[in-house]
Ligand binder design. Structure first.
Ligand code: FES
Length: 497
């Protein structure tokens, strides 16, 4: 038997929706839709829900499953499932009123306009429409809208992935003269954190951030309508120094390479990223200490530059090819390149190949998980929780390795927060461009961290680390520490016996 919690609401008798618990027998591969029918039959209930095709094609059965959008006909039911309506006004139980979004689509005039002077009305080829193809298969289940952390708090400022995808479909259509860039900006093109959660719940695997929002940010920049004011100095900094942050004093790479002229090159190299080179050198030093404890030798080669992530995410792409080429040259003789920043790792793995560089890149957690000398790890009594950076968990599909590492430390108690994979709000140029959005999202995470009672939150992303700290401070949790996983390992290795 499994327990299933279903949101119930009947306007005749309820003031607001509430969860009811039902127990049913779980049959193999049972879907949410089957479970709802089973509950209605077994309990003689009348839970209302929509469905039509029962094959993941019509989108009518969209619901929220454990807080994320999903199709009831496709999602397999599990014990403890919480089934709620999508984030629209509720008509009854799981049936919602979607008028708001339908009106928006209508007002945006989202159809191919007749009054254009297009030369390629009928005569366009695959190449002309390859970008629109990636965003065309939406079945309007609205799962993405009810999953987006920004829409949850800033519905007025951000219409969400569904609308971004919809407008960009027309914007990228070769038959359209009006590229609808102002519509995109008005609907919040720069209010997305690039967390990728929308893509992860989309039944058609549409990557709304990468294939719609990021792409349109690039077009907006090329048309001098973007980026946001605070994004401009980032590009200038990369242009002038190769780094996206202020270059002051001696960088980490310079410091660790002193007196190393004639040392035999190693097989593994570290890509530091801008933050570790010029702001968070302590993480770089923690890495060196951890590697030393495990007799692992690596190079930290000079000449490496920004991975380009801050430019790619904000649409300022014209410098990216030169950054990729420089890094490709620096790392060309290494078997493996390790990264200690989720954003850099995701960019090197997912974006650089599009610019002609395919290095063998591993996040530090992937690299270390089977190499750690656990006999040397010393007892460390601590309650910690793990924050999944979006660019690690979704962009690199790495969730288990950091947890495995943390659990290897004797004495550590890893307490999971409610939604460890929920975006903290640091990415996509939001922290610099829209700090109020970044702060609001980090408060959500801070509250989840508070609920765990952990004394430290561990992660592998300098940007998340900073943003989580801001969120924790803003709710008065100044004593909860934000730590990189390498600092935690270093602390264990350096404990007294
Ligand atoms: S019933 Fe059609 S997509 Fe689920």
């Amino acid at each position: 038997m499994i327990k299933v919690y279903v949101s119930r609401f009947n306007k005749e008798k309820d003031e607001k929706p509430h969860l009811e618990c039902y127990e049913i027998e779980k049959k193999p591969k049972m879907k949410v839709l089957d479970a709802l029918k089973e509950i209605n039959d077994k309990y003689n209930e009348d839970i209302s829900y929509r469905s039509s095709c029962r094959a993941g094609q019509c989108g009518s059965c969209g619901i929220k499953y454990k807080g994320n959008g999903a199709l009831a006909c496709k999602k397999e039911i599990q014990d403890g499932a919480v089934i709620e309506p999508l984030d629209f006004p509720v008509i009854k139980d799981l049936i919602v009123d979607k008028t708001e979004i339908e009106e928006k689509v209508k007002n945006l005039d989202l159809h191919t306009r007749k009054d254009h002077n297009c030369q390629i009305e009928t005569n366009f080829n695959n190449e002309d429409v390859k970008d629109t193809k990636k965003v065309r298969s939406c079945i309007e289940c609205y799962s993405c809208l009810s999953t987006c952390p920004v829409v949850k708090h800033f519905r007025e400022e951000f219409s969400g992935p569904y609308i971004m995808r919809y407008i960009s479909k027309f914007s990228m259509d070769p038959r359209e003269q009006d590229k609808r860039l102002n519509d995109l900006l008005e609907e919040g093109l720069y209010n997305c954190t690039s967390c990728g959660k929308c893509g992860s719940v989309c039944p058609k695997n549409i990557n709304s951030f990468g294939d719609a929002i990021e792409k349109m940010r690039e077009v907006v920049c090329k048309n001098n309508l973007g980026p946001l004011e605070n994004h401009v100095p980032i590009k200038k900094s990369v242009e002038d120094t190769g780094r996206s942050i202020k270059v002051e004093g001696e960088g980490f790479i310079e410091e660790v390479n002193k007196d190393k002229e004639n040392i035999k090159p190693k097989k593994v190299a570290l890509f530091t990223g801008c933050m570790v080179d010029y702001k968070l050198q302590n993480i770089g030093h923690a890495l060196i200490d951890v590697l030393k404890e495990n007799n692992i030798e690596i190079d930290i080669p000079k000449g490496q530059v920004c991975c380009g992530s801050p430019l790619l995410r904000t649409g300022q792409t014209d410098l990216v090819q030169s950054l990729v080429d420089k890094n490709k040259e620096v790392f060309k003789d290494y078997d493996t390149v390790i990264t200690i920043c989720a954003g850099c790792g995701a960019t090197l793995k997912n974006d650089h190949p599009k610019f002609g560089s395919k290095l063998n890149v591993e996040d530090i957690s992937e690299f270390l998980v089977d190499k750690l000398d656990t006999n040397k790890l010393k007892y460390l009594k601590k309650d910690v929780t793990w924050h999944d950076p979006c660019h690690l968990s979704r962009s690199q599909d790495i969730k288990d390795e950091p947890r495995d590492i943390i659990e290897k430390i004797p004495g550590i108690n890893l307490v999971e927060m409610k939604y460890p994979c929920q975006c903290c709000g640091a990415g996509g140029g939001i922290k610099s461009g829209k700090p109020e959005i970044a702060l609001e999202l980090s408060k959500d995470k801070a509250k989840m961290i508070k609920d765990t009672g952990a004394e430290s939150v561990i992660t592998i992303c300098p940007f998340c680390q900073y943003n989580l700290k801001d969120g924790l401070d803003s709710i008065g949790l100044n004593d909860v520490k934000t730590m990189n996983i390498l600092e935690l390992l270093k602390e264990s290795y350096s404990q007294e016996e």
